[in-house]
Design a protein around this ligand. Sequence first.
Ligand code: SAM
Length: 564
Amino acid sequence: MLRGTARSPYAKKPPDFDKLAKLYPKQLGPHVTEQGNGRVLIDFQNGDACRALTQVLLLHDFGIHAPQAADRLCPPVPNRLNYVLWVQDLLAASLQSSTTGTSPPTALCEIPSPWSAAIESEHRSKRQRIEDDKSSGQPEVAVQILDIGTGASGIYPLLGCALDDRWTFTATDTDGESLNLAQKIVDAPENESKRLKNRIRYLLRKRSDSLLPLDHAEGTGAAERALLYHATMCNPPFYTSTDEMKESAEAKVDMPSAACTGTESEMITQGGEVTFVTRMIRESLAPEAREKIVWLSSMLGKISSVSALVKELQSNRVSHLEMVVSPLAQIDQELVQIDNYALTEFVQGRTRRWAIAWSHQAYRLPDSVARNVGPSLRTHAPPSNRVFKTFEQNPAGHKPRSLLGKLAELLRGTAKVTESCGSEPSERSSDQKDEGDNTERVLLDASFSVDTWSRAARRARERAAKEGQSAQPVPTSTAPILCLRCESAYQGASGTSHGEAPAQNSSERSIWSKTEPGRPLQQTSLVVSITWTYGHSRADFAACSNSLLRRLETSIPPVNHTQA
Ligand SMILES: C[S@@+](CC[C@H](N)C(=O)[O-])C[C@H]1O[C@@H](n2cnc3c(N)ncnc32)[C@H](O)[C@@H]1O
């Protein structure tokens, strides 16, 4: 599965203005000009042209009729879509609630197939499946998203609902007129088939209200009551003042190529986007928010905001927990530091944006989702959630499956093991020729309900074995405290090719290797990687995964290099 923005239809090339102008001559025709070289361009400095393009893209690529108001911010579709796709990644990578106490964990929200011209028919068949589920009495899974500051187009609810039938939105704004305009789009008869009315709910907020409307929970099912939002989204006003906005426009730093059609309240907020998102971070420390929201996130318009907000996440904040101790009410204090966060960068043409997400829950993201930033932001990215070992040369003929088989043996009696995806071909670029078995990639999930990896736990097991006691069965029905995804693949098929960004602080060590660092690896080299998918303690992840890789290393006879 391609990650995030790679699934966008605009990832490789911008929209074809010539084709669109021919298909939608009334809307787009007046705004395109043909260059001498045959290229057709749109004047992004012209507000009418920007609005016409957004309207046409929403209709052509998402089937949504959404007239754009002249006196409100007009959202560029490719950029906003990038953010929605990243939120899809956050949810797809998060594993199902441990609150049910059961495993195996399954994806919270699988991503629909990659974008294609056939997306509409695919959605139709998915809608049919949902209808079938309903008639068979199975509950429809609703993914609940909160959009803070949705704007006059309600762009995230529109894109989110068009991309995934299960997504539903609560969307807030302080601008009543913007919400009226957004509601009109939802109510438009042309959009009836999208069922937007049942899935998008707009909430007018006062500036003094909290940004996270926790008191507006909807839903009657137990799952909905237990969880308020799977994810929150936001694109806050990013300027601190009109002067800053003017300076930025003059310097053409933040909006180099598009006409700025936003009102002051859309573009400016006291303290700028850092203050706005800091408010969200602090509100998210409330016990109810920590429990009932899986991922909180915000898009950012300034690169400098990224480091300021990471600092805010990492600083110890005091969360006030009101504990009623009869007969007196007592305020207890708890220090909270948010170590579970993700950064990404969206590049669309000449425009660059960033996004940050954080969670108080135990779902852990793959590096390709959490650490997807360029070198200038690497130091602010969260630590890697992946460790791996490379088994070079491999003349003994190990296969990914046999190495994972060894790992499964080592895990026996200590964790619940599920071969989650079986064997599947890894993603390869189309120019890679078929290398038969070399593309094999196997996965297994290990879910631990108790500490079985620490030295103390291992000693206790060894003592019991010496004394002839049979090992205590590992409880598998209780909530997991640590989940790992183990993967083995041939070097060319794993490493970076299935989407993992090269992990900066991964503990990578090559065993059996007599090669110089940096030397290209043989195609037959094998990689075993362990990715942290669930758990609150990074120390547990490090101790458990390193111990597993160490034990795997010693359980496999070293290679005789003379045979190679
Ligand atoms: C930059 S616009 C983003 C609009 C849209 N979400 C987008 O991405 O194009 C910021 C929005 O936040 C809204 N807003 C400002 N303060 C707010 C608050 N305290 N609560 C909710 N919305 C707020 C503004 O009215 C505006 O619509």
